[in-house]
Design a binder for this molecule. Structure first.
Ligand SMILES: C[S@@+](CC[C@H](N)C(=O)[O-])C[C@H]1O[C@@H](n2cnc3c(N)ncnc32)[C@H](O)[C@@H]1O
Length: 278
């Protein structure tokens, strides 16, 4: 279970905006990010997607043409569409933790927030045997917040983290990613994932729908692209949280998410099976 301990000496806000305010109820021991944390030796160029140029110098088609493009003005920190909410009802399965609630009605299919955290590569043979995390690039000191009892995260089946590819020399793998409850796969081919256990944004507080919303999830993680730099030219891959699409007319999904409702996704059966087995 995630724990929110008293803070070590940490920066309270990360990303590009040093002056970013913290969202209400943000736990002091977790670094708040306004952009993806990409520690060396990784580089955000790994996430770049060729722009849809018509020039002859780039005759290849865009390999991910159908992903939604999130405009810079849709990425605001703190995010005014959501509120980090302490869960006080004993009937809630994540009682004593936090959840994320909508501050206004959110339309079906609409973009809510990016999932931010630390980008990391897969485990390499050497990183698997590494016993100390203190020398690894991280947005905080070795964590008092990661729960060693957590079994390997597999999250949403479409975002299950891969830690088994030993071929990527650029890995910054920290062994705590393997037991993180906040780890989402970003690119299976490259073995890249985003871990929000030590640093992240409001999206890290999204719970799984099981035991919370009988009708199922009302949101989902989706691959998307963000514009980086000035102008529309450069696109990078990210994971976004979106309201579920309407589905069959009149069904529970058609309404989107109501003001005050908890935003819940499906982590996938693998996430919970891994914890039962672990
Ligand atoms: C990504 S975190 C979600 C935010 C978390 N509630 C918090 O306050 O940090 C995932 C963890 O939240 C808890 N959680 C999420 N959904 C749950 C559910 N439906 N039932 C029980 N626990 C849940 C579990 O402890 C899980 O490992």
């Amino acid at each position: 279970m995630p724990r929110h301990q008293p803070p070590p000496q940490l920066p309270r806000s990360g990303g590009t905006s040093a002056s970013a305010q913290l969202p209400k109820n943000w736990p002091r021991e977790i670094t708040y990010l306004t952009t993806l944390h990409v520690p060396p030796p990784l580089s955000s160029s790994l996430l770049q997607v060729p722009s849809n140029s018509n020039s002859n110098s780039n005759p290849k088609p865009n390999p991910v043409p159908s992903l939604p493009i999130i405009k810079p003005n849709a990425v605001v920190s703190p995010n005014h569409l959501v509120r980090i909410t302490p869960i006080t009802s004993p009937a809630h399965p994540a009682h004593g933790q936090y959840g994320l609630c909508a501050t206004r009605a959110l339309a079906p299919s609409s973009f809510i927030i990016l999932y931010l955290g630390t980008l990391h590569g897969p485990a390499t043979p050497s990183s698997r045997t590494q016993s100390s995390v203190s020398s690894l690039p991280s947005c905080s000191t070795p964590s008092t917040t990661s729960d060693p009892t957590h079994a390997t995260s597999t999250s949403d089946p479409t975002h299950a983290t891969s830690t088994s590819d030993p071929t990527h020399a650029t890995s910054n793998y920290d062994p705590t990613h393997a037991t993180s409850n906040y780890d989402l796969s970003l690119d299976r081919d490259l073995g890249l994932a985003i871990d929000a256990s030590r640093c992240g944004n409001e999206a890290r507080f999204i719970n799984d729908y099981r035991g919370i919303r009988a009708a199922g999830p009302n949101a989902e993680f989706r691959d998307c692209l963000v514009q980086v730099g000035p102008g529309p030219g450069r696109l990078e891959k990210r994971i976004g949280v979106f309201v579920l699409s309407p589905g069959k007319a009149g069904g529970p999904r058609a309404k989107g998410i109501a003001k005050g409702e908890e935003i819940v996704v499906s982590y996938g059966k693998g996430f919970w099976n891994a914890r039962r087995e672990g």
